[in-house]
Design a protein around this ligand. Structure first.
Ligand code: MD6
Ligand code: FE
Length: 217
């Protein structure tokens, strides 16, 4: 009875777990905003549909991407960059919804980075089997700003390595509503996502959505 009660409480209360110096996992942080986030996401994908971008090496990514905010992260044969316009339509990316921005700024403050001012939100969609190989986020101008990453939908295994590609990554299971904030000494660690296991999420079905907020410029 008491144990059940505590489990019930743990399921709704956000918690703060330190992954490394400068990196925290805020479990359940985005859950109270899930309906607003999902509604805003529907609008964004109406304007700027998810697409499988091509890496500079010519491979189509298994993760489908879109963006919102003043700048969007894109990749093509020419390389990685931030662009104010969607290359598919040559129109600006949809604005960053207030609900997205507020939550990202609040999460950053909880993570020890007050005053975060994101100008870019990359939206990743994983379907079963999609993965993200180990990489560093280094296309931004200012590495003193953190990155805020929100997970929605199916759970994924997040691979959190070190400053060298060869460092063995630790594995964190990220669930619907979990938010990772990282910066400072871990800003440039190698990280990735293991192939998504199949499943069906109550709100989002067979997919995981990840929102990654950055200050690109
Ligand atoms: C993802 N995330 O979780 C991929 N990058 O789908 C990232 O690549 C990432 O979550 C930098 C900081 C946080 C992240
Ligand atoms: Fe990344």
């Amino acid at each position: 009875m008491t144990a059940d009660l505590f489990e019930g409480v743990a399921a709704v209360l956000p918690s703060r777990e330190v992954m490394a110096e400068g990196a925290v996992l805020l479990r359940g942080f985005a859950r109270p905003s899930e309906s607003e986030l999902i509604a805003a996401l529907r609008d964004i994908e109406g304007w700027a549909p998810f697409r499988h971008m091509v890496t500079p090496g010519g491979h189509s990514m298994s993760v489908a991407m879109t963006n919102c905010g003043g700048l969007g992260w894109v990749t093509d044969r020419g390389g990685y960059r931030y662009d104010a316009n969607d290359p598919e339509t040559a129109k600006p990316w949809p604005a960053m919804p207030a609900a997205f921005r507020q939550l990202a700024v609040q999460a950053a403050a909880q993570g020890g980075f007050p005053g975060f001012s994101p100008d870019a939100c990359l939206i990743n969609r994983y379907e079963p089997g999609a993965r993200m190989s180990l990489h560093q986020d280094k296309d931004e101008d200012d590495f003193t700003a953190p990155i805020v990453s929100m997970s929605l939908g199916l759970p994924a295994i997040f691979l959190f390595g070190g400053l060298k590609r060869a460092d063995k990554p630790r594995r964190f299971r990220l669930e619907h509503g979990d938010v990772v904030v990282w910066g400072g000494p871990t800003r440039l660690v190698f990280h990735g996502v293991a192939p998504l296991a199949d499943g069906k999420h109550a709100l989002l079905g067979r997919q995981r959505i990840n929102l990654t907020f950055r200050k690109a410029r």
